[in-house]
Design a binder for this molecule. Structure first.
Ligand code: ADP
Length: 506
């Protein structure tokens, strides 16, 4: 394990300028406003645990105002913008994000902890691409004509057509692991379809959503179309989920909170789409390219400090290659250079918060208590890193399927590596959690790869690769990993509704 002293990375002047605008305000109806309560909360740099900004704290009253502004924009100016003009605005926003990508990547890294490499090469380009992708869809969302014939009206003639319309006011409640990207993943299709949005970023990571709010105004998107209300889950989040004038809530976060969202949505039967947790299997057959598989398994669990819903947290290895894979994973984990995400030489940054660090170390303790063997990691960063929320990359063996660390989502850099002997046994075990978000398969036998892919109950399967995503490819879970599919044309279903129109021709 290599540790570095926090490097004094030069912050982009735009980041410094943005940070100086304190306290950061809520974006409601195109205006930057203090919270009605006047309350603010601190947001932190997880690499040092220092507060970096004060942010206005939205609660129910601010949410009411934001929903009102979103409704007004939905019924007013936004409904008059043509699909082609909507596309142009989204494309312009993509260009603006791209022009500010260095600054946004730094802001994201500063607030979330992830490495600058991941922010700059992963999150930001993906976000730009999502806006460009959906800007192309705005002019291609349309209904159909249907040749109807009515059994109880023989010979009657009708002209029937469908219209695909926006759902209305969308509440987007998003988590802290990919703060900017998650916001864009919801905003791009929701706006392309003609909806308006109230965005609630996670309380841990509000900054990139607030900066995005500024760029949205700069792009010329009418006021009230996007409102940004940072605040806490049980107050601002719950108020949005229960709000009688919100038509749909799109939520990404824990399965536990997903259940709360469903309950809160019952009042006005708002639509709900959920992208929830995972406990994904990454399966290495003995005939795989072991070097590539180890790399893929390593990145699968340790990318973003393991704080990914798609983390390949259960690594299954066919018995004859088990020892070799475990040894390689542990050796690799020991060479990881941990440090502040802003330092370009850092491989792995801190976890997002003290709460998350406590949660993950709680799972490490539980794994040990249940009899799993810790081969490396499990402890906090030392020296200069002890002030931040660093946890060393952790590998457990001697793990039983029923242990908590093999069943529950840890959302941290904790791998469980388990041997298997037959494909049937493996499939049952790989499917043996309440989740079904993604799975990885490593083998050179193409038939085995397809057979296993068919048998796994997961929304995304990666064969001889891991963690690849694209704006056009569907994303979402089986079982308790959620419902609805984001991205691609599939998200258009989530953010539109169909009207069926009959015209009497008799
Ligand atoms: P995590 O466990 O990864 O922190 P959560 O599911 O708790 O993720 O949080 C994801 C998002 O849901 C955050 O924006 C958070 O504020 C919000 N949230 C948390 N609790 C609630 C709730 N009861 N109602 C609505 N939103 C909530």
């Amino acid at each position: 394990m290599t540790t570095t002293a926090p490097a004094t990375t030069q912050l982009h002047s735009d980041v410094t300028e943005f940070l100086s605008k304190q306290p950061h305000k809520l974006l409601i109806g195109g205006q930057w406003k203090e919270a009605v309560s006047g309350k603010t909360f601190d947001t932190y740099n997880p690499a040092t645990s220092e507060a970096i900004a004060k942010v206005a704290e939205a609660d129910k009253k601010d949410v009411d105002e934001a929903v009102k502004a979103a409704r007004k924009a939905f019924e007013g100016p936004w409904s008059k913008v043509t699909p082609s003009e909507r596309g142009r605005l989204l494309y312009k926003l993509a260009d603006l994000i791209e022009a500010h990508a260095d600054e946004l990547a730094q802001l994201e890294t500063l607030n979330n902890g992830k490495t600058i490499r991941e922010s700059r090469k992963g999150d930001l380009p993906l976000a730009v691409d999502l806006f460009r992708y959906y800007s192309g869809w705005t002019t291609k969302i349309h209904g159909e004509t249907i040749p109807v014939s009515v059994p109880y009206a023989p010979g009657a003639k009708f002209f029937h057509y469908t219209v695909r319309e926006p759902v209305g006011v969308i509440a987007a409640i998003i988590p802290w692991n990919f703060p900017f990207l998650m916001a864009i993943e919801r905003l791009a299709p929701a706006l392309a379809c003609g909806n308006t949005v109230v965005l609630k970023p996670a309380e841990q990571t509000p900054l990139s959503s607030l900066r995005l709010g500024e760029l949205i105004l700069e792009a010329g998107i009418p006021e009230g179309v996007v409102n940004v209300v940072p605040g806490f889950g049980p107050t601002a989040g719950a108020a949005l989920a229960a709000h009688p004038d919100v038509d749909k809530v799109t939520f990404t976060g824990s399965t536990e909170v997903g259940r709360e969202i469903i309950k809160a949505s019952a009042g006005n039967l708002k639509r709900v789409s959920l992208e929830l947790g995972g406990k994904s299997p990454n399966i290495i057959f003995a005939d795989a390219d072991i070097e590539a598989a180890v790399k893929g398994a390593f990145m699968g669990i340790f990318y973003n400090q393991g704080q990914c819903c798609s983390a390949g947290s259960r690594i299954f290895v066919e018995k004859s290659k088990y020892d070799e894979v475990v040894e390689a994973l542990v050796a690799k984990a020991k060479t990881v250079r941990q440090g502040p995400g802003l330092d370009s030489t850092t491989h792995m940054g801190p976890l997002v918060s003290q709460e998350q660090l406590d949660r993950v170390t709680g799972y490490v303790a539980s794994g040990k208590k249940e009899g799993a063997k810790l081969l490396c990691g499990g402890e906090r960063g030392d020296g200069a890193l002890s002030k931040g929320y660093f946890l060393k990359p952790t590998v457990f063996v001697d793990v039983k399927d029923e242990m908590k660390i093999a069943q529950e989502e840890i959302f941290g850099p904790v791998a469980t590596v388990m041997p298997f002997e037959s494909t049937e046994e493996l499939v049952a075990r790989a499917n043996g959690t309440v989740y079904g978000l993604v799975a990885g398969i490593w083998t050179k036998d193409i038939k085995k790869a397809f057979r296993t892919a068919n048998a796994l109950r997961a929304g995304t399967i990666w064969i001889n690769c891991y963690n690849f995503v694209d704006s056009a490819a569907p994303w979402g879970g089986y079982k308790q990993s959620g419902y609805g599919r984001e991205k691609g044309p599939y998200a258009l279903e989530l953010y539109t509704q169909l009207k069926s129109v009959w015209v009497d021709l008799n």
